[in-house]
Ligand binder design. Structure first.
Ligand code: 9Z3
Length: 306
């Protein structure tokens, strides 16, 4: 035994003490005293670079509206949200702002003064206050990605510690993730030259990370994936297949052209149509969707803790 071990115990005893410390510690609580609920919301599309010094890339469609709006409703429901988003896509609390808020919402009155234009003042104020409140209360952490490589590596970094939250964690995987990619070691380093004629390139399949997430990274978490199709005839059948194949708790099925109006939540027992409530004015489909998820997640936590 060396002098360090004499003072601090053998590595095995130290490990046992550490394990016992964490297993006997009282679970983390939210400010309201309830158990801490954390949701990882993924949002926006991943890119697939074609060159290491990337000039060209393949992209997956997603404006990021679903993820940004859902984040707001999760925060409202008391969840801490880790918002893993594609750089440049929609952000929480910004949906009422114009496309280029800095240039469109402000005016310069004289050399040193800048003021908000009257017509945007309410939207700017709401965005600033709500975002700051969420961050201050520790309910919003934003992490950006661009490529499929960044997305999956950061998702793994997030998922491993979230594992400790067991059933209190939700994964809400709304990001549009590439199915195919060019592996880094087989990717051209420099810009591919067009003088060489037509481009033939074979794309490898992105490994099915939903299986790994469910099996290894977060076996107890409440996992929700999304299924996007443009052909409504195959949508529900595809969503059902994903639910079973990846052992998800829910799959949210949406069709591209109607995704802002309605989604179908597919679980092992039922298919629930969730629609935007137009009678409520600006209501978005994410409002009833997150309400339903919070209800189902609460029941899941209760049944898991018994
Ligand atoms: C979705 O289906 C999202 O709801 C949308 C949201 C991307 C349609 P927007 O960002 O649209 O509000 O403009 N996300 C998942 C898309 C996806 O790629 N799903 C894969 C699939 O369908 C599984 S990971 O196979």
């Amino acid at each position: 035994m060396d002098s360090r071990n004499k003072l601090e115990g053998t590595p095995a005893t130290v490990d046992a003490e550490i394990e016992s410390f964490f297993s006997s510690a009282p679970p983390l609580k939210n400010r309201n005293g309830g158990p801490r609920r954390v949701v990882c919301v993924t949002s926006g599309g991943t890119t697939v670079p074609l060159e290491q010094r990337c000039v060209r890339y393949i992209d997956n469609f997603s404006s990021g509206h679903r993820g940004a709006a859902s984040t707001e409703y999760f925060v409202k429901a008391g969840y801490a949200v880790i918002f893993l988003y594609r750089r440049g896509t929609c952000q929480p609390y910004c949906s009422s702002l114009p496309d280029d808020p800095l240039l469109e919402c402000f005016e310069s009155t004289n050399e040193s003064n800048i003021q908000v234009l009257q017509e945007h003042s309410e939207a700017v104020k709401t965005a600033i206050v709500e975002n700051r409140d969420a961050v201050k209360q520790g309910l919003l952490l934003k992490l950006p990605f661009t490529t499929i490589f960044e997305y999956l590596q950061i998702l793994r970094i997030i998922a491993l510690p979230m594992c400790n939250l067991g059933p209190n964690a939700i994964f809400y995987l709304a990001a549009a993730v590439s199915d195919f990619y060019v592996p880094w070691q087989s990717m051209a380093e420099h810009k591919i030259q067009s003088a060489s004629g037509p481009l033939n390139m074979q794309l490898a399949q992105v490994p099915k990370m939903l299986s790994v997430l469910r099996r290894d990274w977060a076996p107890l978490a409440f996992c929700i994936s999304f299924k996007l199709e443009t052909d409504s005839k195959i949508l529900l059948e595809k969503a059902d297949a994903a639910l079973k194949k990846y052992n998800m708790n829910m799959v949210v099925a949406n069709e591209l052209s109607t995704r802002k109006e309605e989604v179908v939540v597919v679980t092992s027992e039922e298919k629930i149509l969730v629609r935007r409530n137009k009678a409520m004015g600006v209501d978005e489909v994410e409002n009833p969707l997150i309400q339903l998820i919070v209800e189902r997640h609460s029941a899941y936590m209760e049944s898991s803790n018994q």
